[in-house]
Design a protein around this ligand. Structure first.
Ligand code: NAP
Length: 247
């Protein structure tokens, strides 16, 4: 087992929200962290500074993870800086919400490109490195919308359901090489993504009657990255949703 201080994690979309909390939580375990972002260089730099203040080892790398060349560069730069990749958290995501009949092909495509194709691109590129190391953890952020659907989110729920099928298949393909692949399905979490939603309506459907905090999702992600505690878990979906979905 590689010592925590030798391990390297890439968190996509780590400048804000759940990704930010995840980068901070993983760094607190001693893991070296790559804070990926697309545009918010200032916010990413703040995450870097916060981690460094606590003694963590971290870099920020800009890359649009829906683009093959940028993903390849993200992986290359990670390897040049830290030499390995142990944990990949596919967290970057966007919404383009509107009802089906008003949904433009661009709204559909943008969400599929990042939320599903981005997960494919990053997992494929990082798993090549993990296969050589014969170990690795891939943690994909899906959503309760991918489990139960959500009006106005045909694009988003299709992408998130796709992430679940993808995670199960890749978990089966990579298990023999010591790589686990799991998915985390948050409910409503207080981030920029949910800022504009009408909380009163939503809270009716959440048994715990509040939004979750990014740190509460990060806790599950950190657990799934932990050795040996989570070493025998693969191909699973873990809901962090205040009880919204009870199977
Ligand atoms: P958020 O606060 O809106 O943050 C999104 C993050 O993704 C930002 O760091 C953003 O970087 C990054 N990003 C956007 N486009 C990108 C791209 N093309 N390449 C790389 N990074 C990109 O979102 P969040 O609420 O934390 O959501 C994180 C994940 O959890 C998403 O996959 C989301 O679908 C999922 N989720 C969220 C909730 C919720 O209630 N919040 C519920 C279920 C699932 P920049 O700052 O540079 O734009």
């Amino acid at each position: 087992m590689t010592a925590l201080s030798e391990q390297v994690a890439i968190v996509t979309g780590a400048s804000r929200g759940i990704g930010r909390a995840t980068a901070i939580a993983l760094a607190a375990t001693g893991v070296k962290v790559v804070v990926n972002y697309a545009q918010s260089s200032g916010a990413a730099e703040e995450v870097v500074q916060e981690i460094e203040k606590s003694g963590g080892n971290v870099i920020a790398l800009k890359a649009d993870v829906s683009k093959t060349e940028e993903v390849d560069s993200l992986i290359d730069q990670t390897l040049k800086t830290f030499g390995r990749i142990d944990i990949l958290v596919n967290n970057a995501g966007i919404t383009r919400d509107t009802l089906l009949l008003r949904m433009k092909l661009e709204d559909w495509q943008a969400v599929i490109d990042l939320n599903l194709t981005g997960v494919f691109l990053c997992t494929k590129a990082a798993s090549k490195v993990m296969l050589k190391q014969k170990s690795g953890r891939v943690i994909n952020i899906t959503s309760v919308a991918g489990l139960m659907g959500n009006p106005g989110q045909a694009n988003y729920s299709a992408a998130k359901a796709g992430v679940i099928g993808f995670s199960k298949t890749v978990a089966k393909e990579l298990a023999v090489r010591g790589i686990t692949v799991n998915a985390v399905a948050p409910g409503f979490i207080a981030t920029d993504m949910t800022n504009d939603l009408k909380a009163d309506e939503i809270l009716k459907y959440i048994p715990l009657a509040r939004y979750g905090q990014p740190e509460e999702v990060a806790g599950m992600i950190r657990f799934l990255a932990t050795d040996p505690a989570a070493a025998y878990i693969t191909g699973q979906v873990f809901n962090v949703d205040g009880g919204m979905v009870m199977a």
